[in-house]
Design a protein around this ligand. Sequence first.
Ligand SMILES: Cc1cc2nc3c(=O)[nH]c(=O)nc-3n(C[C@H](O)[C@H](O)[C@H](O)COP(=O)(O)OP(=O)(O)OC[C@H]3O[C@@H](n4cnc5c(N)ncnc54)[C@H](O)[C@@H]3O)c2cc1C
Length: 359
Amino acid sequence: MMQIACIGGGVAALYFAIAMQRRQPAAAIDIFERDSAERNSGWGIILREPMLAAMQRMDEASHAAILARAVSWDQIEIRHKGGIKLLSNQFGRSTGRHALVEVLRARAVELGCRIHYASPASATDLAGSYQLLVGSDGIKSGCREQIGADAPIARVQSANRFIWLGCGKAFDRMVFDFQQTTHGPVWVHAYPFSAGQSTFVVECTQQTFDGFGFGRRALSSDLARLEEIFANLLGEAKLASLSDAPHEWRQFEQIRCDSLHREQMVLIGDAAHTAHFSIGSGTRLAVEDAIALADSLHQGGALPEALARYQRQRSEAVGSIQQQALHSMQWFDRIVEHYSLPLAAFSRAFLFRSLGQAA
Ligand SMILES: Cc1cc2nc3c(=O)[nH]c(=O)nc-3n(C[C@H](O)[C@H](O)[C@H](O)COP(=O)(O)OP(=O)(O)OC[C@H]3O[C@@H](n4cnc5c(N)ncnc54)[C@H](O)[C@@H]3O)c2cc1C
């Protein structure tokens, strides 16, 4: 019976536990999560269809529970230069991160996994007690740094600033609203994730960020300013942040590790690789990593062989998604070049941004 510890209890670890317990019911899995069980916060995330299909094949029960909490849309609206472009047949689905994690926690425990909350963990402390350590500690992963001691980690940081907000209004479609202000461009990626709420990711250039003095005061004053900028879209709805700390404003970093394993440790999810939020695929990568790792361990052989097989399998699949994400991130980084385009040309450039085509 394999003894496994996961460092970090987000979607990657929870889905790995589900997949592994399905493949090997006798496996003993402990998940160590730094935060308390109650601190399961977050706004909505897009659920990509390939991820949902893989989840359905792996575990019907959690797949059905996730779909029961999801909302969908079939149009994308692009607002630019005072005009609106509506694109039909653009099916998308999302759910609250909170709802997703709740479903996965319940299912992982039902299948036999143990979750330890308020339990920050380190590979050094756990190495002696487990055969396999799964580094699932997210974008600021400490496990990655340990593996990266021998292998390069590639990082590309976006020039823009973003903040992940929620709003108390459920849009009936996905909306991208590009505003021009006296300090420069600021835009939002918004979509519904429950009956009364939407995700509202605001992004702006560094110049706009500095011009408004964002990130320098209590966040409530930044939110009030954003509510003014997006008043046409929001109506009476208010914006909400995950905390009141100015550091909620971030610069996205796309990360790729040359090596995903070392000795008894392996990386999955954001600890292993990130993908810019504008293509909504980070959770998909996390779930697909989790399934690939469980499958590779289940195939058997010595642990180093299984981990090497997992790495080979994921490198190619992740590479193409990260390439699209990078193109998309860089399109937004060069937004000033696109802003002068009329609505139709701007919308076309926007839609094809992840292919890396020029505007
Ligand atoms: C603005 C934004 C929008 C996004 N939208 C989407 C979307 O629409 N669709 C999509 O697919 N993805 C989206 N993503 C990406 C998605 O949120 C991540 O890819 C996904 O959460 C990765 O899951 P994870 O389990 O690897 O990491 P996380 O969800 O970050 O979980 C890591 C966990 O590890 C814990 N932890 C950290 N260190 C320790 C430690 N030492 N000990 C114990 N616990 C620890 C943390 O508390 C955390 O719970 C978005 C990301 C951002 C920033």
